[in-house]
Ligand binder design. Sequence first.
Ligand code: AMP
Length: 376
Amino acid sequence: MKIGILGGGQLGRMLALAGHRLGMSFRVWEPNPDAGTRLISETFARPFEDADAALAFARGLDAVTLEWENIPAELVARLASLVPTRPGAEALSTAQDRWSEKSLFQSLGIAVPPVAKVDSLGDLHAAAAKVGLPMVVKTRRMGYDGKGQAVVRSAAEIDGAWSELTDNGRRVVPMIAEGFVRFTRELSIIGVRALDGGMRFYPLTENHHRAGILRLSISPAPGASAALQSQAERALGEVMTSLGYVGVMAMELFEVDGQLMANEIAPRVHNSGHWTIDACATSQFENHLRAVTGLPLGEPGATGFSAMVNIVGSMPALSELTGVNGARVHSYDKSPRPGRKVGHVNFVEPTFEALQARLADLQTKNLPGIEIPSRS
Ligand code: AMP
């Protein structure tokens, strides 16, 4: 089978690596000729806005999928008329817009932080009264890793946040404001839905960010009860089903007093699921490919306790990384740049204590690009 992937970053690369094992080959639509997929797939280097190139891209492909959620929905719709394209344009446009996303969660009875739509400075003042202060203001589209966001702590900060997010009023974009959630921790759940509607879920994962960038994921999330797992599965399952979704979807959640609140969904494989490569019978990448090509889903079959530590900025020397006991090293073949995810290491251990010991050992090595936030 030959699969098209829209986007050639590390997620595309890990999809292609998983697919090669199954004998699949790949054509990747990626404007950047330096993409991480360039050595393991055919590259189609056109701008994503060039929907007229869809015909040439689709030629000979069995299915198309994506690894970046900001692919123009029009391109996905155009491709869908030529070749099975999963997920489809509807799911993608819902996930691209924080207001549509939150509205969908609410319509399905999924708990969310208090939220208001903001299109003007007046709306932002009204939102403060509705959702309460402090609040988090987010652009509806194109935000990632904490970009396009501002925290407003008091009424005096409202005008400043507006100026910051709109470039002093020059570039007003649709936004939302959310009540600031004092969460116990951040969790995510990854699920996959097949063409026939069957679903599988991975265990809840605990996530730790620094400056908006994911640094550490631990799965299963320590202490997460079976009830919490089913609450998360129910929420994600309802979202996927209501969108007629096919493929892997991730849902980011806040845990507050033992309950879950949905923050956002990603219509793709997700950074908090990278541990599945080394800990699961079927990784998120393989299950995504199985789903979008109509193959039977694989059991997650997660074993032990896993951690994933992102490498951000630059890769330490391979000679050092491979010397870390138990580390399963994944490099994305990317050039270094501040804030850029260039690789990760996974650990899979039989007990949580053994996992903590591995993380402590890695910490002592003080390697560039690796910062392990404390879990307290
Ligand atoms: P997002 O882009 O929505 O995933 O937000 C990035 C990060 O900002 C999240 O991982 C949280 O750490 C934090 N954050 C987002 N929304 C809220 C909120 N309503 N209350 C508190 N923290 C938030």
